[in-house]
Design a protein. Sequence first.
Length: 334
Amino acid sequence: MTIPRQGPLQDRAKADIAQSGHAAARPSDRRAAELAAGLRRSRAMIDPKFLYDTQGCVLFNAICELDEYYPTRTERAIFETHRDAIVGALPAGAQWVDLGCGDCAKSRGFLAHADVRRYLGVDIAVDWIRAEVDRLGRQFPGIDCVAVAADFAQGLDLSDELGDVARMPPVFFYPGSSIGNFPPERAVGLLGAIRGQTGPAGCLLISADLRKDPGVLEHAYADDLGVTAAFNRNVLRVCNQVLGSDFHPECFDHEACFDAAHGRIEMHLVARAPQRVRWPGGERAFQAGEAIVTEYSYKYTPAQFEGLLAEAGFSRCRMWTDARGWFGVFLAQP
Ligand code: AVI
């Protein structure tokens, strides 16, 4: 199973999977308390990390195959079309730092062509990825492949693992446009932490989803088959498991709308009729039409994203995109 790149969201689901091979059956009080706090807010919220239990990850993988969900295949096409130019811009003798590496699939195409001496697969679910990193090591015997446990959504410090970055410049790799699931100020924090570890010759290869017609965006997050709706509603099932609530997922409609003021897709679950949801120690009434916010996905213009990279301390930036200019792969350098 492939889990989406770690954003502000999937870290705990990965930890559960790392520990038990499936989402935890008896989640911690902390998770329950976090869910209850979000549901009590005047605008109810469920943190998007709860979207990614085992079933949520399977549904996310299905989303990536949908006609409407262009990011995955567009990024793949950009990588394939511009592989030589991207590889040509990378430092020689690099250490490849795959942030939220999962099954390492996206790195493989680069490792076959770039001058890489070391591969660091970074993920919170280190037990889960170790087998994948070992497999990568067998495929590329000339590259020293290492799995590193880090919850980089909470802060990134790989200085011990990276060693002398002037001698072996790091190429940080963060594909999948997961940076868009962070609010911009948190995105700058993560990008700044990466910049603080590039050294003089390292760089960051990162993808971001770009602004486009809101109709295209909304369709990508509300597909005709209803896969994204199932993915979104599944979070109420997770909520019932973790919090012990009595949500009826079928009583909520999936909604995805583009908020132009914030430049983000918002995923909502909208109550179909007035209803009351109870859990041990709490309850929440929903009026018909009242929404729970479950995820933000920020979309940037190239200039806006370059601005974030500049704010984080990167002074040079190149972008590769597709013919429609829907998706951007950025190479940021000190
Ligand atoms: C993981 N992340 C980049 C996806 C996105 O597009 O923001 C999550 C997603 N949510 C609904 N569809 C996909």
